[in-house]
Design a protein around this ligand. Structure first.
Ligand code: COI
Length: 340
């Protein structure tokens, strides 16, 4: 029997819980060190580190579950490894070999096994890989030293209530990313740029805000924390844009939709099309698949969950997605990476 931490697993919020260990790798003289486990969850770095001044840093987010047959599995970590390397090249940080990325995950999860939420609690172990430009450098330029840290924290649903519809506001007075900028990269600055928009939405009673394309404000980009998907008839529709983060959850759901006989359309989606959609969801690692009830755009409200309940197509996609993660549905795609 695996020992588990004394936590109220079914009521965990999405917040930080200190676990026993994090793992760190140090990049110096063009080489990564071996991984070292740390129990301290503080980090020491130069006050002149480029991550602190010029935002040369990036992160990832992925999840670990206990399956119905008591295996500990991580969902599609290879995808996060390639996305992180895409971000790293964009802001001139070193590549992280996939082998090292996967080793970091295996080691840090094994060192914190008691924090993997038990099967059936609705919680998961959230993994946060982080790379920061370290070492002193005051002139603008890439750091010469980097720290790659992976920490874990047990989490519950990102939005209160889990698979329950939320209301969203379309923002036109803020952008989260610029055309040809870093909107398709997981850099912290994109999230900092989104803070005032999210606060603006929350003050007006909207837990979620939706960004439009920064060039024309004509096309849908993504929500502050997650990608946008829409269902129309038997079609799964999701925006293609140069300024959105390529969500692994979105990619996975689209693959499940196609496998279930749905048509998948990845294309620019005009905001004027929302009136035609039957169901809308916000999808991401933390948000999982959060159905959207109302979207307010220019004082007009559009409803996608008339009885306040998630629609049938999103419900079926959600059940298949979480069913695979928890081992209740066969993983015929090979998405589960077992941690032994
Ligand atoms: C994730 O979904 O993993 C993210 O990094 C989004 C963040 C706002 C929690």
């Amino acid at each position: 029997m695996r020992q588990t931490a004394d936590l109220d697993w079914s009521n965990l919020p999405f917040s930080y819980v200190k676990t026993d260990f994090n793992i760190r790798y140090f990049y110096r003289d063009g080489k990564w060190s071996q991984g070292e486990l740390f129990s301290d969850d503080n980090v020491s770095l130069s006050i002149a580190a480029p991550s602190l001044h010029y935002g040369q840093q990036a992160f990832e987010g992925l999840k670990v579950f206990e399956t119905v047959d008591k295996k500990i599995v991580c969902f599609r970590p290879g995808e996060n490894s390639s996305r992180m390397n895409h971000t790293n090249s964009r802001i001139l940080m070193p590549q992280i070999p996939e082998k090292m990325f996967l080793e970091a995950i295996d080691k840090v999860v094994k060192a914190n096994l008691k924090f993997v939420p038990p099967y059936g609690t609705g919680a998961s172990l959230y993994i946060r890989p982080l790379i920061i430009g370290a070492g002193p450098k005051v002139g603008l330029g890439p750091a010469e030293e980097y720290i790659f840290i992976v920490f874990v924290t047990p989490v519950g649903p990102y939005y209160k209530g889990g698979f329950k519809p939320v209301d969203a506001l379309v923002l036109e007075s803020y952008d989260r990313a610029a055309p040809q900028g870093v909107g398709d990269c997981k850099v912290g600055g994109n999230y900092a740029a989104g803070l005032p928009g999210s606060n603006f939405g929350k003050e007006k009673g909207f837990p979620v805000v939706l960004y439009l394309d920064p060039r024309e404000k004509k096309y849908i980009d993504e929500f502050a924390t997650s990608n946008f998907i829409a269902i129309k008839d038997n079609t799964y529709i999701t925006p293609v844009s140069e300024s959105i983060l390529p969500s692994i959850t979105n990619k996975t759901l689209a693959e499940i939709a196609a496998d279930s006989g749905m048509k998948v359309e990845k294309r620019p989606v005009e905001i004027s099309e929302i009136k035609n959609f039957q169901e809308i969801g916000a999808v991401g690692t933390a948000a999982v698949l959060t159905p959207v009830r109302n979207i307010v755009y220019r004082d007009q409200e559009y409803n996608f969950a008339p009885d306040g309940k998630p629609g049938p197509v999103l419900t079926s996609l959600y059940e298949k997605y979480t069913g695979i993660q928890l081992g209740n549905i066969e993983d015929k795609f090979g998405w589960l990476h077992e941690i032994k």
